[in-house]
Ligand binder design. Structure first.
Ligand SMILES: *Cc1c(COP(=O)(O)O)cnc(C)c1O
Length: 360
């Protein structure tokens, strides 16, 4: 069991904080291996932006690099620096390109920018920057050169390692924009030389092998999210994060009394309430309250009352639990997303800094 390098707040002096994410490194690697098999001959990379979707980017890179992953993607240069030294033969690309103020860092490292705009291309070319990646927008209308810009000669002479595009509606397999973007990307591929071409995120991989091109870029599915209601994916992809918080008080609440802010929950009979050290400041948003279940002494129990900033209150019933015990909160991403209306992405990347992140 190793601790992630970015220590949680409160983890000083060897005292563990009272809330933790237990992260299953084998599940992460198994998810990556399964996604790779879905892409035919394409290589399989990994998106590790937002601190590895909240798990800890350095640790994710180390685990996946050891399993054979060679291509990683983060959003900004600050994220690239936070990952730290890269294992040999591993490449990292910064999806948001390179601003003027990023140039010194970019030129001093072997991390590649993904150039998105004419300004970025010009900046990189004039600096004599080396190999780069390029994003072409085939229909999401967010980041990237237009296809016309990409074919205009603007890119002539650049050493393009990977030419990318990003799908807008990959999580809706029947959406007509998917095929339009795939076909537009083929046209770009035939016009703009690059060593490799890459289109598919997690949901894009599940659209079929003709979306794979040379390099897959899964994110959410690596971490146990199921990007589309796909039976094979639901079966194959494993949750990576188990959430646990410590009981900091166990109290008896007499029948008729309320619990928490607004007294929104009333004990129907004399009740036992377990107060857990986790709240909305840790990403446990209030709207999750009615959707969450705690596993208390082996029993599934619901929350009692509102989620507070630093605490939740659980109706423990007669479950076997004591002050100081660790209680698991069921953080099944697809299930919780369906119940809460939040996305699986929000559920993962919103997890706060106070958690101890413990890798197994
Ligand atoms: C975030 C991101 C990915 C990964 O997306 P998932 O939906 O999490 O698989 C891939 N490519 C780009 C450009 C991204 O921004």
């Amino acid at each position: 069991m190793t601790k992630s390098k970015a220590a949680a707040i409160g983890a000083s002096n060897g005292r563990p904080p009272p809330l933790r994410l237990v992260i299953d490194g084998d599940a992460l690697v198994a998810n990556w291996q399964w996604l790779r098999t879905q892409g035919g001959n394409a290589d399989c990379g990994a998106a590790v932006k937002a601190n590895g979707y909240g798990l800890g980017a350095s640790e994710v890179v180390a685990r996946l690099a050891a399993a054979g992953c060679r291509d990683f993607f983060c959003a900004t240069w600050a994220e690239a620096e936070a990952i730290g030294p890269l294992p040999d033969a591993v490449a990292l690309s910064v999806l948001h390109g390179v601003r003027a103020e990023d140039m010194p860092a970019a030129l001093a490292s072997r991390v590649r920018p993904v150039l998105n705009t004419i300004e970025q291309v010009t900046r990189w070319r004039e600096s004599g920057g080396g190999p780069c990646d390029v994003m072409v927008d085939t229909g999401i209308n967010r980041l990237g050169l237009t296809p016309a810009q990409a074919r205009s000669g603007l890119l002539d002479g650049l050493t393009i390692e990977t030419l990318l595009s990003h799908l807008s509606c990959a999580d809706e397999p029947g959406h007509p924009l998917n095929e339009r973007q795939r076909d537009a990307f083929r046209t770009i591929r035939d016009a703009v030389p690059a060593r490799r071409y890459s289109l598919a995120n997690s949901a894009g991989i599940l659209l079929g092998r003709d979306y794979g091109f040379d390099l897959l870029r899964p994110g959410i599915a690596l971490y146990g999210g199921v990007p589309t209601p796909d039976d094979a994916a639901s079966t194959a992809l494993r949750l990576t994060v188990k959430m646990e918080a410590q009981v900091i008080q166990l109290r008896h609440v007499p029948a008729g009394e309320g619990v928490g802010y607004g007294a929104k929950w009333t004990a129907q009979a004399d009740a036992r309430i377990a107060v857990l050290n986790i709240g909305y400041a840790d990403g446990m948003l209030r709207q999750l309250g009615p959707c969450l279940e705690a596993v208390v002494g082996g029993e599934r129990r619901s929350l009692a009352g509102r989620i507070s900033m630093d605490m939740i209150t659980v109706d423990a019933g007669s479950a076997d639990v004591a002050e100081g015990d660790w209680v698991e909160l069921d953080y099944d991403l697809p299930k919780l997303a369906a119940r809460s209306g939040l996305t699986q992405y929000e559920l993962l990347t919103g997890l706060g800094r106070r958690f101890d992140r413990i890798w197994r």
